[in-house]
Write a protein that binds this ligand. Structure first.
Ligand SMILES: [Zn+2]
Length: 224
């Protein structure tokens, strides 16, 4: 009888013990159900600081409500864990910090509503074009040092100026508007991400994609 009770108790509580990672918020549950994974389960040492879950972002508003975790498609999460390993091979005490990962289309839509009548509108993809973040294969990252401070990349995350754009780095270096150290820090990040298979874009140093848009479309449905 005792054994039976024990098994009964275990089976009652096992779901709450083993499924906690999916239970944080409605959005997290939705992403988990859609097959995405919390990147902390791929590598618990990766630092997560979702800027859109705070007011510290270019819109100045919390766009994520109580959603504070970074989710990615499983293959992209594995790649990010690899990038973290690559980074630690060159800079043992540094860590990748995730500023944004999977972003539901409903959030993209809300962002658009906030910016569409402002000067920011050029920097937010209109909801008619599906963001790679909404496929769960794009990630916005930086680096933090051993004290948790952001390593200097010359601009803040989401600073929408030419200085944020990798394609102009050499020009800004020549004009002394970016230092060699800042560009070197960006290279350390880029090298680790590219070694893990991520693709870069020309206009944001923090944005990386795990595959092409065509591959993402074939493989995944965007998250609503
Ligand atoms: Zn991005």
């Amino acid at each position: 009888m005792r054994k039976f009770l024990f098994i009964l108790l275990i089976s009652l509580f096992a779901p709450t013990i083993f499924c906690q990672q999916s239970a944080e918020s409605e959005t997290a549950k939705r992403l988990y159900t859609a097959g995405l994974v919390n990147i902390k389960t791929a590598d618990s040492t990766i630092v997560v600081d979702l800027k859109y879950a705070t007011t510290d972002n270019f819109v100045g508003k919390n766009m994520y409500g109580d959603f504070t975790e970074a989710y990615l498609q499983p293959d992209a999460a594995k790649m990010l864990a690899n990038a973290q390993k690559k980074l630690k091979q060159t800079n043992r005490n540094w860590s990748i910090v995730v500023y944004d990962a999977a972003r539901p289309r409903s959030v993209q839509q809300r962002m658009w509503e906030v910016v569409k009548d402002t000067d920011w509108k050029n920097y937010v993809a209109s909801p008619s074009r599906i963001s790679m973040h909404s496929y769960g294969v794009a990630v916005d990252v930086g680096i933090v040092d051993e004290n948790g401070n952001a390593v200097d990349m010359g601009t803040a995350f989401d600073e929408f100026t030419e200085k944020s754009q990798p394609r102009y780095e050499q020009r800004f270096l020549q004009e002394n508007k970016l230092t060699g150290q800042q560009i070197n820090n960006r290279l350390i990040l880029r090298n680790a991400m590219q070694a893990a298979g991520f693709r870069t874009i020309r206009n944001e140093w923090w944005h990386f994609e795990a595959m092409t848009r065509e591959q993402a479309k074939q493989k995944y449905k965007p998250i609503d």
